[in-house]
Design a protein around this ligand. Structure first.
Ligand SMILES: Cc1cc2nc3c(=O)[nH]c(=O)nc-3n(C[C@H](O)[C@H](O)[C@H](O)COP(=O)(O)OP(=O)(O)OC[C@H]3O[C@@H](n4cnc5c(N)ncnc54)[C@H](O)[C@@H]3O)c2cc1C
Length: 411
């Protein structure tokens, strides 16, 4: 089933045009090839898949739809925040399709950090090849021995020795670990005046072939081999110029990366839910059960349709509301945390129902639903686990009431 994207009266001409153009690529070029695009069964399948992906990427570039997350001067589309959010929704209808439009995590987050914090030299050396696709990168923050949900607890240290940072620490879940040319590593930069050895965080670019970067293993995820790597940094020396931004700005840079990123991730989830919904309804209309009745005639199944519709609409409208606040300069913190909790949970429920409707086929590799289910579940603990965001929402709300004001839900 093709994605049904129509012009919307409330949206600008630019956004409508962007949604329609993106949907056309998804429908004409991506969906028909979906079963083969990511096939890695054997070398021949891998090579064919890569060629097919390159073909689509070159078409996407010709159509001016490449790198929606980057400014034009850095090879991207130069979209506004809202335009980017709406485009993400459409391109996420097919799992993994974002990569065909030049958006691949963690490269995309790293590109944004490099745009904002990088020097002109760093742009030339790292950002340009990353955008052109001649380099790959990883983001190395989470540590096995410390809670990733509290970045202040990270212990990987970087100490300045002459003109070099010397890095020691232990990370894991560094995405793209095996394929990356460089990692952006979140380090506690030592403060010599702090007797407790404290210090703030700084993000430092580490080429992966630097002596002392020891990739221990790819940590299996959902029972499968993965590219999310455990890495020991053992006296790794990189030039001082490899630090991103001023010393001590690493935490802020991580927040910059995650804040806007959460809105985009939620729009991705909405696009994926849309697909799961289409798949579910398609099956309800065709599958006959006891006595030749269609699944769509069963009330249990009709409940699935209604509940999923409500889940998608509420998740989508919350996300768009939050994105509008971000674009118009309002304080989006409460809403970012709210969508970070609500949208992955809705996504999880919608995919769960679609799997139920499809029965065994739902968990097979023939449909994208099983992968979506794992993705939805993972989102509830990544990007800040739900519980941490609940704490933040209640803190922000209660602070307002304690200051004598109540909440304005219209704002
Ligand atoms: C597929 C995948 C890809 C990833 N990619 C990357 C990557 O590219 N780079 C990277 O650095 N990391 C990456 N991560 C790691 C991810 O960011 C962390 O797993 C996440 O930040 C949570 O940290 P943690 O696993 O250490 O959990 P912890 O911090 O140990 O938290 C575990 C649980 O404790 C609970 N909890 C935590 N704090 C509180 C609290 N204050 N109150 C109540 N309950 C609480 C929550 O339920 C939470 O889920 C990835 C993870 C996955 C699964």
């Amino acid at each position: 089933m093709a994605m049904n994207v129509q012009p919307v009266a409330a949206l600008s001409d630019e956004v409508n045009e962007l949604r329609l153009r993106t949907a056309q690529v998804i429908n004409d070029d991506v969906l028909p090839l979906e079963p083969t695009l990511w096939n890695s069964e054997d070398e021949a399948a891998k090579a064919a898949a890569k060629e097919a992906r390159l073909d689509i990427q070159s078409k996407v570039k010709k159509l001016g739809l490449w790198a929606p997350h980057l400014p034009e001067e850095f090879g991207g589309m130069g979209l506004s925040f809202m335009q980017h959010a709406y485009m993400n929704e459409v391109l996420s209808y097919s799992p993994g399709a974002a990569a065909l439009f030049g958006v691949v995590a963690p490269n995309s987050g790293n590109q944004k950090i490099l745009v904002k914090y990088g020097t002109p030299e760093q742009h030339e050396q790292w950002l340009k090849p990353l955008t052109e696709g001649s380099m790959q990168s990883g983001f190395s923050m989470t540590e096995p021995m410390n809670p990733g949900s509290d970045p202040r607890a990270l212990t990987t240290r970087a100490v300045l020795d002459g003109d070099e940072w010397v890095i020691n620490g232990h990370k894991w879940f560094t995405s793209n670990g095996f394929g990356a040319d460089f990692f952006i590593v979140m380090c506690r930069t030592a403060d010599p005046d702090d007797p407790a050895g404290g210090g703030k965080m700084t993000q430092i670019i580490v080429p992966t072939d630097t002596p002392g970067v020891n990739i221990v293993r790819g940590v299996p995820v959902w029972g499968k081999r993965s590219n999310h790597c455990e890495i020991v940094y053992d006296n790794v020396r990189v030039p001082k110029e490899n630090q991103l931004g001023r010393t001590g700005t690493g935490h802020q840079a991580a927040q910059d990366r995650l804040g806007a990123g959460r809105v985009y991730h939620c729009m991705n989830s909405v696009g994926a839910m849309w697909r799961a919904f289409d798949l579910m309804v398609e099956r309800l209309m065709t599958r006959e059960v006891h006595g030749g009745e269609k699944l769509e005639d069963k009330q249990f199944m009709q409940g699935f349709v209604a509940e999923s519709y409500i889940d998608i609409q509420s998740a989508r409208l919350m996300t768009i509301n939050c994105a509008e606040k971000m674009e118009t300069g309002g304080d989006p913190r409460t809403d970012i945390s709210a969508i970070k909790i609500a949208v992955p949970a809705a996504y999880h429920r919608v995919v769960d129902r679609a799997i139920q409707v499809w029965g065994a086929a739902g968990v097979s590799g023939d449909l994208p639903l099983a992968g979506m289910y794992q993705g939805a579940r993972t989102l509830r603990l990544a990007d800040g686990p739900d519980e941490v965001h609940k704490i933040l929402i209640s803190k922000l709300v209660l602070r307002r009431y304690h200051s004598g004001e109540s909440w304005d839900f219209g704002n």
